[in-house]
Design a protein around this ligand. Sequence first.
Ligand code: PLP
Length: 413
Amino acid sequence: MPEPKKSLRQNYIAQSGMNTRSVHAGHDNTNDVHRSLITPIYQTASYEFEKVSDLWDFYEKRSTRLAEYARYGTPTQRALELALASLDNAEDAVVTSSGMNAIATTLMGLMDAGDHFISLNEGYRGTFKLFDNHLVRFGYRVTYADLSLDAVKQATNEKTKVIFLELPTNPYLKLVDLEAIVQYARSKNLTTVVDATFASPFNLKPLDHGVDLVVHSLTKYINGHNDAIAGAILGSKELIEKVKPVRNLLGSNPDAHLCYLISRSIKTFALRMEAHNRSSLLLAEHLEKHPLIERVWYPMLASHPHHALAKTYLKGGGGIVTFQVKAKDASQDERLKAATAFVEALQLPTHAASLGGVESLVHIPTVMNYYDLTPEARLAVGIPDNLVRLSVGLEDTDDLIRDIDQALRASNL
Ligand code: PLP
């Protein structure tokens, strides 16, 4: 389907900053007789083709009509996709029903049974469960590599098609030398995919560094209000054309209401990200000096193992601060007691899964993601039981600091 020609205004927006793009990108009312300021919610399952020839025109790409059936898209959904493409400097985008669906759809679009892909060994556990428990059943093979180019090279074999990276990683916010990996991938004809959910397009635009496809959980910073689940895949038109049919035929596109909600949230995306970055850095600096904190991970702290990479690749450190609270001793038992007491004493951050919203959320990775492993197995995968992951929301930073201080004191009595 040919896209309608871009108006002068849209070209202007495409060259503008992140706040301007957040407010304006995606919306195009030039074909709307009512010229509505906001893209309407097109609540329809199907579309009328008055003449049979209109449908032929549509199939043979002689019309600018979007779809013949809403599983293939709605104008509300397309507006969201175009806004997302603008934020990530992508040629095209496709939205999906969740971040997990974006990852699965991407890999299903790029690989055949018997193909192999490489994934970093640190990241969201749900992603690894998808790889290990499900994608392998359909004939895909995965090798986990640590965060070095050498490990990625070693993991490559003649069946490798894709390198999948989550950046920054969950929960330690680690990075890789992205451009070095892209250069290697190109030399081997491998497609690079980056899950940039933790960075969001405000802090990292992987396509600008030569990455082929980006996936996001829109559930996090992009929607940002802890009230929607959705995902997106972004990249060249050619690659999006490979993954879009998978989404269309699995039927995993978000409905018009949800797309409207996310488009509405995007209007404040850049503003929110600036606030997440600012507040989290202040909080991370405060925690690092706190006597009841053992260790802090935040990419914009000089103490972070990948601080230099963060300075190269990230505009800001994002809204996640990961830290270990001090326990009475180093046993996993005492560690879990300390983390539990701290989280339960907090008044503002809510104990809940997810991240990237206006409300601060906190959890203990041991309990939220790794409860099925033994304490020793958790340590072996790098999860001490006193680890806490805080998603810093948009409350006043002073209030969050005051709350954290009182919770640390109360939990250490
Ligand atoms: N990628 C990362 C880095 C995540 O943290 C998550 C969820 O927490 C996902 C993907 C999955 O996103 P969703 O919950 O929207 O499916």
